[in-house]
Design a protein around this ligand. Structure first.
Ligand code: MF3
Ligand code: CO
Length: 251
């Protein structure tokens, strides 16, 4: 069931989304060579708790941490560890879901650690632009398939692999609600967008083939060919005439 949020609910989701944006802004200066993903996780958990908010991923289906920290060939759901220390030239996706007064905000972006290769810069730039290509399709009267198609088309035009095993989702009281928002699809198909719906759009693109596999920890998803992956995600409200990004970048 796809829920339509009331004005009051939308206001709370704006606040949850703003906390997600602020947490990304807070952690950004720490993303440097030498820090572990465990330390990043601890800093973010403290930030969230100090803002009277909830690190929603922690404990979700047994997930052990606040953040997902996915380095280089890790596509999504990398678990923070003390031994995973950032190196110059890495890329790392920080993905977080924050609950505020019962409502969720969710955003991921991929960061460069120090100086990264031209290939990694290209992957990051065009994964973020694929997200915006999808967001541009968000308006009443369009369908989920219009978003999916726009993301896929942008990614393919830039010769990037589109991971198909995971997709975006509705969001509200729960971090995962209907509908699913795939990163590939057909225009004018799927659920119709209506004002008051809130969805997460989150392309996961690779610099090589699109195939992925799940590590033995049952969470970490990496590319099969070892190519780098990037992941950008926003929580987006369908408005009367278009969209509002509830997790705006503050940089
Ligand atoms: N941001 C992720 C998503 O959109 C969060 C899920 S990670 C989990 O699906 F560990 F909580 F499952
Ligand atoms: Co999400």
């Amino acid at each position: 069931m796809i829920t339509i949020k009331s004005e009051r609910e939308i206001e709370l989701m704006r606040m949850a989304g703003m906390l997600v944006s602020e947490m990304h802004q807070f952690i950004k200066p720490y993303i440097k060579e030498g820090i572990s993903t465990y330390e990043l996780d601890q800093l973010c958990e403290k930030f969230i708790l100090e803002h009277d908010a909830v690190p929603t991923c922690k404990g979700f289906e047994g997930y052990p941490a606040t953040l997902c920290t996915s380095i280089n060939q890790v596509v999504v759901h990398g678990i923070p560890h003390k031994q995973d220390v950032l190196k110059n030239g890495d890329i790392i996706t920080i993905d977080v879901v924050i609950g505020y007064k019962g409502y969720q905000g969710d955003a991921a972006w991929t960061y460069a650690v120090g100086e990264v290769s031209e290939e990694k810069k290209y992957l990051m730039e065009h994964t973020e632009k694929a997200l915006y290509a999808g967001i541009e399709e968000v308006k009443p009267g369009n369908h989920i398939g219009d978003i999916s198609y726009a993301v896929e088309r942008y990614a393919e035009a830039h010769h990037l692999g589109v991971v198909r095993e995971l997709c975006g989702h509705g969001i509200g009281r729960e971090m995962h609600e209907d509908p699913e928002v795939p990163n590939f699809g057909t225009p004018h198909t799927g659920p119709l967008l209506k004002p008051g719906m809130v969805i997460c759009i989150e392309p996961m693109l690779t610099y090589g083939k699109r195939d992925v596999f799940l590590l033995n920890d049952e969470w970490t998803i990496i590319t099969q060919d070892g190519s780098d992956a990037a992941h950008f995600e926003h929580t987006v409200l369908v408005t009367e005439d278009g969209y509002e990004i509830l997790t705006p970048r503050l940089d």
